[in-house]
Structures are given as structure tokens and as C-alpha cells.
Design a binder for this molecule. Structure first.
Ligand code: AMP
Length: 200
């Protein structure tokens, strides 16, 4: 039996320039719900974030949304899907809660915030902290420049490992991989954010 996971999802608060981004976000949300995993995300109703959350909620999935007070008006929409909501004092607390409350991470394409969150998890993994697996979903070559940067860091002797994140082409593959990488160590019961997961 596959363990029920808390999956931290990082993605754009914008829609991107192609409907494919929203479609993949919708796929991920639907599959999270179908497979019984909890979505942990930034509580936005906008952009790809909103697409993921609406589709998780439509499938009856559980959502933990974490957002700093000052972003409520900007990112939370009137049609925000029903979720367990945590308001934080600032962006740092948001990131801490999201990372501490998830067993694994999936990033869809996004902007500065998404890249910031991906780098945060990656840099923690590089320091040997057991944050959980990190899977990037590529829609249109989105992560190529990022992966080039990672390779460049290693080539120039500033990073030792380039295998700390995995790139896949869609939501089902991302969840298959997350489940495979966490299956050995995550207990059957879903973890709560008060009991941060450290599995992979
Ligand atoms: P973006 O990828 O820029 O569209 O942002 C995705 C999400 O990340 C949005 O909810 C932003 O508010 C959030 N975000 C942006 N910068 C940060 C940060 N430094 N720490 C935590 N979240 C952030």
C-alpha cells in the first residue's frame, strides 16, 4: 500500500503564457486527491497555484495552505478552495511551515517565488538535511536553464551533487516518483505538520 503523503507543491502565482501550465497544475491537483495525498501549498487562488488547489479540492483532497498575512489580499481569491489555512507573519515562516510540513516536494513552473522555494529545498538537501525528495515537472523546457545553472555550479567546483532533484514530464510521473522515493520510510499514517516528515 502506498503511504499517504503530504506533498509540498511549489508553482507560479501567475498562469504562465500557455494553457498547458494550468492543465498540468490541474492534473497534479486531481491526482493528489485521487491518491489520497495532502496538498501543502502557498494558499493562493491565483495562477497555477489556484489551478492545483481547485482541482485537489474538487477531488475531495485535503489541503494545507500557508500564507503570510500581507499576501492575503493579493493571492487569496474569493473562490479559494476549502482548506486548512495557516497565516504566517512573513515569507520565511511560510517557507519553514511548508517545508517542515511536507514529506516530499513537487515544483511546477513558476516565477521567482517558485525558484526561491526550489533552491531552498535543494540547498538543504545539499547540506545533508533529510528534507524529502524534490521533483520538478517540466512542461516546455522550463527547468533547462535552472539545470544548466546547477551543472555549472558543479563544473566550477561550487557544488558537489547534481542529482538532488529529479525532472519529469507530467504530474502522474511526478507522483509515481515521489511515492517510490518515500515508500521505504514513511509510515502508513499521514504525517502532520507538527511531526515533520524526513523521508526519502
Ligand atoms: P511565483 O513563482 O513568483 O509566482 O511565486 C509563487 C509563490 O511563492 C507565491 O505565493 C509567492 O507569494 C511566493 N513567494 C515569493 N517569494 C517568496 C519567498 N521569498 N518565500 C516564500 N514564498 C515566496
Amino acid at each position: 500500500m502506498t503511504a499517504k503523503l503530504s506533498v509540498g507543491v511549489f508553482c507560479g502565482a501567475s498562469t504562465g503564457n500557455s494553457p498547458r501550465y494550468l492543465d498540468v497544475g490541474g492534473d497534479l491537483g486531481r491526482l493528489l486527491a485521487e491518491r489520497g495525498h495532502r496538498l501543502v501549498y502557498g494558499a493562493g487562488g491565483v495562477g497555477v497555484m489556484g489551478a492545483v488547489a481547485r482541482s485537489t479540492a474538487a477531488g475531495g483532497g485535503h489541503i494545507l495552505g500557508v500564507i503570510p498575512e500581507f499576501l492575503r489580499a493579493r493571492e487569496m481569491t474569493d473562490d479559494l478552495p476549502s482548506q486548512e489555512l495557516v497565516l504566517t507573519g512573513d515569507l520565511f515562516d511560510r517557507k519553514r511551515m511548508m517545508i517542515g510540513g511536507a514529506d516530499a516536494f513537487i515544483a511546477l513552473p513558476g516565477g521567482y517565488g517558485t525558484v526561491d522555494e526550489v533552491v531552498e529545498v535543494l540547498s538543504m538537501a545539499a547540506l545533508g538535511l533529510d528534507v524529502g525528495p524534490l521533483v520538478l515537472i517540466d512542461v516546455a523546457g522550463d527547468w533547462d536553464p535552472f539545470l544548466d545553472m546547477v551543472d555549472g555550479l558543479a563544473r566550477r567546483g561550487f557544488a558537489r551533487r547534481t542529482d538532488l532533484c529529479h525532472v519529469v514530464g507530467g504530474a502522474a510521473e511526478a507522483l509515481d516518483l515521489v511515492e517510490a522515493l518515500t515508500v521505504a520510510v514513511v509510515p502508513q499514517a499521514r504525517r502532520s505538520e507538527s511531526e515533520p516528515a524526513r523521508a526519502h
